[in-house]
Design a protein around this ligand. Sequence first.
Ligand code: GTP
Ligand code: MG
Length: 547
Amino acid sequence: WLQNADTFLQRSIGTNVAAQAEATRTDETDEKDGCKSLYAVQAERQEQAERSVLISCHSRTNDKKFLKYMSRHGNINKYFFYESYGVYAVVEFTNRESVASLLEAVAIPSISHESVVPFKSRLLSLRNLGSAETPNQLSGKLCQPQTTIPISELIQRLSREETIDQQITSLTESYQLTEENSRLRFLVCSLLKDIAAAYFPECTIKPFGSSVNGFGKLGCDLDMFLDLDGIRGWNVKMPKSGLSLEYQMKRANSERAVTQSILSVVGECVDQFGPGCVGVQKILNARCPLVRFAHQPSGFQCDLTANNRVAMKSTELLYLYGELDPRVRYLVFTVRCWARAHGITSSIPGAWITNFSLTVMVLFFLQRRSSPVIPTLDHLRDLAGPTDKSVIEGNDCTFVSDFSKIQVQSNKETLEQLLCEFFEFYATFPFSRMSINIRKGKEQNKPEMAPLHIQNPFETSLNVSKNVNVTQLERFVALCQESSWLLQQSDTNTPRGGSGGDTVTTWGLATLLLPSQVAGIKGRKRKRREPASERIKSLLESLKNKS
Ligand code: GTP
Ligand code: MG
C-alpha cells in the first residue's frame, strides 16, 4: 500500500531516473574526495559543472559520431549517458570556452504554431546525427539504470553475503550516490544558476542536504541554496566615505521578506523560462521559504531555498562526521534503509521521523558508546580555529574545519555490534523524559513535551523532530525492539545463503528488512488506519496551504 501511495502521490515525474555512466577518463581525485573539506569538494564540482552541458539524445544515437561532433568545440574531459524519459548525455569540456563555442553554434528552433523563448541554456537537444546500425544502442549498451535496486533484490543480494558486516557495506554500496549522479546534481544547480543570474549575476546555487552530505541515496531529492553572499560588497563594512547602494528605494522590513521576494521572482523565472522545470510551486510561507519543482531531464525533485545558511552548516557537519569514521556512513545508510522499509520514514511530509532526524539519532548513539566513535559538537567547536568562527542569525555555528585536528577515536566495535547496539539503545531510550543532544553528546532533560525531542544542533532552542507524533515514535521503538531481538537469534544471525545456488535463504540484515513480524503485526493493524488517515490529512493540509 505504501508503495502504491508513494507512486500516486509522487510529485516528481522522474524519480525513476536511470542514469548510466561511461567515463572517458576519471581523475584520480574524483575517487578521493574523501579527505577534502566539503567546501573544496563543492568548489571543484561547481567548476566542473560550469564546463558541462546536458544533451537530450536519441536512443539510437551513435555515441562515436556524437563525441566526434562535440569535440569540434574542444577537448572533452568526461562524458556519460543516462536514461530518464529518454536518453541524455552529460558532456564536460576541459575549458569553458568550448561551451561558449557550442552555444554559438546551436540553432533556436522555429516551429510553426509554436513560439520559442530565445533563452540559450546549456540544456540542448541533438538531431539527426546519424543512427547506429543496431537499435537502442545507447539505452541498451551504454546506459545502465542508476536508480536503487528494488528492496526485494537488495534482500537477495544481502542474503548472499557471508557476514553482517559485509551486508552493511554492500547495502551502502548499492544505495549511495554514484560519481555520475553527483556530477548531474551539480550540473542541475549550475543550469539553475544561469536562470537566477538574470536577476543576480554574481549568485551561485549550491546543493546541500543529502546530495552532498555523504548520506544521499540514489533518487533522493536535490536541495539547493541560492547563495548571494559571494556578491562583492556584501557584508563589507561601510567605508567612511564613498558610494553605497541606495537600498531605501527598495527595502523590506525583514530578512524573511527579502528571501520571499527573491524566491518569488526566481521561482517565476524558473516557471516561465526554465527548460525542463515542471510543476513549479512557490511555498513561500513555510518556516523555510522554498520553490519546489521537478527537473524533468535529470529526474530530480528540486527544492530551491535562499538565505538558508544554517542548513548549509548542518550539511557540513554531517559531512564531517561521515568522513571521520567510515562506520558512520555505513550505519546511517543501514538505519535509513531499514526505516524506509518499515515506513518509519516517508517521502511525504507528515508525522514521520525524517531522514535528518534519524541521522542525528545515529550520530548521538555513536557519541554515547563507552568509547565514543565520534566526538561531540562542543568538542568540535573547541577545536575550531579563528577562521572557523561562524555566527548565523545569532546562533553559534562554529566548529573545526581542519579534519587533521580531530583525534582518531579508539573504538573498535564491528558494524554488526554497532547495529545491534543501536537497536538496543533506542529500544530502551527514555524518550518521555530525555532529549537527544549531539552538541553535548549526552541526553538532556526535555525542555518541552513533544514525544520525540532532538535538539537542533545549531538553533538550539528548536526541536528537529517536532513533527513526530506518539504513534510514530511507538512504532520506531517497537521496531527497534524487534530488530534487536532478531539479531540475537541464531536463526537470524547465521549465514545461510552462500554464494552459489539460485535460491538464497534470507538472513542477518536482510531479515530485518522484511515486513515486521512482531511490531509489524501491531503496526500493520494500525497502518491500515493511522498512516492512511495521516497521509490524507497531510495531503489535505498541503492542498489547503497551496490554495
Ligand atoms: P533526504 O532528502 O531525505 O535524503 O535527506 P536530507 O538530509 O536531504 O533531508 P531534507 O531534504 O529534509 O533536508 C535537507 C537538509 O536541510 C538536511 O540535510 C539538513 O541539513 C537540513 N534540515 C532538514 N530538516 C531540518 C530541521 O528540521 N532542522 C534543521 N536545522 N535542518 C534541517
Ligand atoms: Mg534532501
